[in-house]
Design a protein around this ligand. Sequence first.
Ligand SMILES: NC(=O)c1ccc[n+]([C@@H]2O[C@H](COP(=O)([O-])OP(=O)(O)OC[C@H]3O[C@@H](n4cnc5c(N)ncnc54)[C@H](OP(=O)(O)O)[C@@H]3O)[C@@H](O)[C@H]2O)c1
Length: 282
Amino acid sequence: MKIAVTSASGKLGASVVKHLINEIGKENVIGIARTPDKAKHFGIEIRKGDYNNRQDFDVALQGVDAVLLVSGMDEPQKRIQQHRNVIEAAKQNGVKKIVYTSIVGAEENNAFSPVVQSNRQTEKDVRDSGLVWVIGRNGIYIEPDLEYMDTYIKDGEIRNCAGDGKCTYTSREELGYAYAKILTEEKHNGKVYNLVGEPITQSQLAECINQVYDTNLVYNPISVEAYKSDRKAELGDFLGTVIAGIYEGIKNDANDVVSDFEKAVGRPHKSTIEMMKVYNAK
Ligand SMILES: NC(=O)c1ccc[n+]([C@@H]2O[C@H](COP(=O)([O-])OP(=O)(O)OC[C@H]3O[C@@H](n4cnc5c(N)ncnc54)[C@H](OP(=O)(O)O)[C@@H]3O)[C@@H](O)[C@H]2O)c1
């Protein structure tokens, strides 16, 4: 049984590869990466795969039984065709099972919705592929907040437009564990799972950070418009709008979904505090 992971050079891909190696051994895991050099350190077979290049995947998916399609980073409309390149190559090269990493969120009403819509289109393409399929809808990663800790500490606050909305954070570490199970076990086939942790508000997030990092952060809500301007100024128009849209979605409960994590993978999702401790132990 050979299992391939796309975007193996990225942080989610790396986590899945690590957990898959634990499950089935190095010799059965293939990493596919746009930049193969960035994935060499795993000590597994690495093949080239740029989502823009269908031919790459006709080669990369040879002899592969199951593939994890990690969603791309491009703008929403471009991604649909990029993902189709992988799906079509999988269909034509004898791959039996495809697992897609999608996203939780609202298809309408916030600035992140175009990204969610494009992921839903890929979900449909995966379901229509004729292959055995599984779809995971990932929660928001907790790690970027932890990487942002210096700024939070400097500002003494978490400031965004999520208000009292609850967000079911997960971590790349938890997702890596889940996808390794989903790829190797048959009982998941044909399922759509919300792969998320417990729902928490931004105030609760600040409390968790204070507990683990011994800080005194407070949460200060601001308006969607103010947050959008703030993020665009720091991150540019595209990414700033996307990030502000994510928090707008949280405010409107788009990320307060029921978790399928335990049902899917057989153990409870780690709590927010546990995820922070795991991250810090690395
Ligand atoms: N749930 C969340 O909170 C959240 C947050 C951010 C992103 N996401 C989604 O989750 C995905 C994985 O996240 P991550 O943390 O692993 O991101 P990451 O660490 O930034 O890695 C992104 C990966 O995408 C690869 N990539 C970009 N364009 C590609 C292309 N044209 N063809 C093939 N590979 C390409 C990159 O390859 P190179 O090494 O060659 O650059 C890299 O491996 C993202 O792509 C995005 O769709 C989810």
